[in-house]
Structure formats: C-alpha cells, structure tokens
Design a protein around this ligand. Structure first.
Ligand code: CAP
Ligand code: MG
Length: 398
C-alpha cells in the first residue's frame, strides 16, 4: 500500500511530470540516468497515483519498502526532503500523508489518550481548560509554583510551562518540578481536583529523556516537549521513557506551515506527533492571536482524534490569545474532546489568576449549557470582569 503523499505543486512542468520528479528524487532517481542503477530496484520507485489539475494537487505513492519502520527522521527525509529545494518546482506544499497500516503500527502512539487524560482530571463530559504560566520566563520556581496554585484553585485542569522555559539559571527544572507539584498537591487537598502540570523537558534528546525521568521521579503528572525545535525523535524518546501524558508544543511550525503554497501543512505534523506518542498538540485557535486556517485546524483535529489503526486518540489544543470571551467561539469548532487554554487571558484578569481561571471555567459552563456570555455573566462576577476587559473580541478571527 505504501505512503500516499498529497502535494500542492506549482511548476512549469505538467503536474504529472512534477509528481514523477518528486517521486524519483525521493526514491530511486536523480537529475540524470546513472549507469549504476540496476534493473531490480524498480520496486522501490515512487509513482504518481493521482493528479487534480483543477487544484494543483498530485498524490505520490511511496512504496513501504522505501521506509524504515518506526523511524520518523527517515520518513521525513523521503516525503519532506530534497523536493522542497528542486528548482523545477516553483512552489510545493506537503498537505497530507496517508500512512500504510504497517508503517503506522510500527510506532508507539500516545501512551495516554483522550479518555485517559479526561479521567485524570474528571473532564469526561467537557473540554479540559488550562493556563500557561506568564510571564513566559523570569519567575523563580517558588513564584511559578504560586501562580500554578492560584490557577489550580481557580479550577484549571492543566498548568503548563511556556515553550521558552526549560531549565535556565533563574528557574532550574529540578527546583521548579518539586515546587510546582508541592503547590498543586496542596490545591488538590483543598479542592479534590487533580491539576496536570506540563513541565517543559525540551532539550537535546538525551537530556530531554533525563529531564522527563526527573519529572516522573519527582511526582510529576505530565511532561511537555517543543516538538519542532527538539525533533520528533526527542518527542518519541520522551514518550517511550516515562509513563506520563505528553503535551506537545509546536513553536517554529509557522516557519513552514503558514504559507499556503510552499511548506508542510499541520495535518502531517499532527499525524507524526500522534505516532511519536504525543497525548495533546497545539492545533491553533479559530479566534485568537495566531495565524490559522479553519479548514487546516479542522483537518488537524481529525488527524489527532479519528480512529487510526488502534492508536489512541490525542487531544487538540486551542491556544493563542484566547480569553473567556473567545471560549465559545473556539469550542463551537473544537467540541468537548479538546483542551482550551489561556495565558494572558487568565493572568491578565483584572482580579488576578484565580479569578481569571474561574472566568474561563464559567465561560465553558455557559458554552456547555448554551447560555450566552452576556446572560451567564449577570450572576458570575469573574466572567463579567473578563468581558469588561476583553469583550468577545479576538486579535484575529479566521
Ligand atoms: C499562548 C502561548 C502559546 C501559543 C502558541 C504563547 O499564550 O503560550 O505558546 O498559543 O501558539 O506563548 O503565545 P497566550 P499555538 O494565551 O497568552 O496567548 O497554540 O498556535 O501553537
Ligand atoms: Mg507559549
């Protein structure tokens, strides 16, 4: 069956020829015939399987035998390698990868799926909601923990490090994990509610695995990996090294996902994150501060959640400029099998973090009960104060 890859292509060549060029470059060919090519390797040659002239789309089928199982770097070197630099292609974008069962099943997939995570925080019938500690960097461990405690007391299911916080001098991971878990345990004693702490273990492969083990040994209940900057292999090594759910941040993705004509869509990224063991992945906000295309966010959600060769489903994460006034607008698309999170939209609340978390929770209840924010805020002060500050406006609506 092989891997079928859909590319958007702009070229002076015909789409068929462009597809052949991609297939050859990424399998058994190069720019010219070579004397050294034997006759018995044709089974490794990728071929065009379909062309859609109207939409500039070509599907190239890469035979399974071309790939090494359980090896994302090698798969990417084929389906997302030299082809992007071919001067014969003006623009080319990898829009989707359909994996063969054999290749997909050679990966671990998420250890903790949607139902496992929902069970931990008691969110079986609602989306999870969380916060990102702000400011991104600069707080010492004790202050980080205090902010986490306030958010937990306000009801969040998830507190996460920001993507740029790892183990800098001002906040070493070994100090942060113990301080934060101590405060979250305190909150749990007072509220009975478990809050997940996505501790950012991003580093090079070996160090990231060591840090993940440190989090586990310190009583942590989740780790976080910046998958694009640290690599899919680091994500997979971390998810295989510890028995913890993995929150996956996608910082740097927009360097190649943003442009519609050239690069790689978030859909293949979402599938690779799921194969590599990610339990939840940022997939964009329909209303927020980051650029995003509705159709692509929707396809990314499906890539994470749909039934797929018995791999556990992963949670899509709505994030980026979100505040209580934007909860319904995002959850109308994401639904309850998602995570919605806010950093500034919680810590920027006029009455502080705890009230900001309460306002998010109130906005989610209003969405679930199909009550307008205006109506619900009449007797829910935290939400009313958030709407006073931010209304229902987003920096960008897509
Ligand atoms: C959100 C965030 C996330 C973005 C990433 C930030 O904070 O922590 O990294 O959501 O974008 O640093 O901007 P705010 P995406 O809630 O304060 O905006 O989710 O699109 O990958
Ligand atoms: Mg961030």
């Amino acid at each position: 069956m092989g891997l079928n890859c859909e590319y958007y292509v702009e070229s002076d060549m015909s789409l068929e020829k462009a597809g052949e060029t991609i297939g050859l470059e990424e399998s058994t060919g190069t720019w010219t015939e070579v004397e050294t090519k034997p006759n018995d390797i044709e089974y490794l040659t990728a071929k065009v399987s379909s062309v859609d002239e109207e939409n500039n789309l070509v599907v190239v089928e890469f035979p399974d035998e071309l790939f090494e199982e359980n090896n994302i770097p090698q798969i990417l070197s084929v389906v997302a390698g030299n082809l992007f630099g071919l001067s014969s292609l003006k623009n080319v974008r990898l829009k989707d990868i359909s994996f063969s069962e054999e290749i997909a099943k050679s990966f671990p997939g998420p250890r903790y799926g949607i139902n496992d995570i929902k069970k931990i925080v008691g969110a079986e019938n609602r989306p999870l909601f969380g916060t990102i500690i702000k400011p991104k960097v600069g707080l010492p461990p004790k202050k980080t923990a205090k902010v986490a405690y306030e958010a937990a007391m306000g009801g969040v299911d998830l507190v996460k490090d920001d993507e740029t916080l790892t183990s800098q001098e001002f906040n070493l991971i070994e100090d942060r994990i113990s301080e934060v878990m101590e405060e979250l345990d305190k909150a749990k004693e007072e509220t009975g509610h478990e809050t997940l702490y996505a501790c950012n273990v991003t580093a090079d492969n070996k160090e990231a695995v060591e840090r993940a083990k440190l989090v586990e040994e310190s009583g942590g209940n989740m780790v976080m990996v910046d998958v694009i900057t640290s690599g899919f292999s680091t994500l997979k090594a971390v998810s295989e090294a510890v028995d913890l759910p993995v929150h996956v941040h996608r910082a740097m993705h927009a360097a190649f996902t943003r442009k519609r004509k050239h690069g790689i869509s978030m859909v293949p990224v979402s599938k690779l994150v799921r194969l590599a063991g990610g339990s939840q992945l940022h997939t964009g906000s329909y209303h927020g501060k980051m650029h995003g295309e509705k159709k692509e966010i929707t396809k990314s959600k499906r890539a994470l959640r749909d039934e797929w060769f018995n791999h556990k489903p992963a949670l899509p994460v709505a994030s980026g400029g979100i505040h209580p006034g934007l909860v319904a607008k995002n959850l109308n698309y994401y639904g309850k099998n998602s995570v919605i999170q806010a950093g500034g939209g919680i810590h920027g609340h006029p009455d502080g973090t705890r009230e900001g978390a309460k306002a998010m929770k109130q906005a989610i209840i209003a969405w679930k009960e199909d009550i307008s924010l205006e109506e619900y805020s009449k007797n829910h002060r935290a939400l009313a104060k958030a709407l006073e500050r931010w209304g229902e406006r987003a920096e960008y609506d897509y």
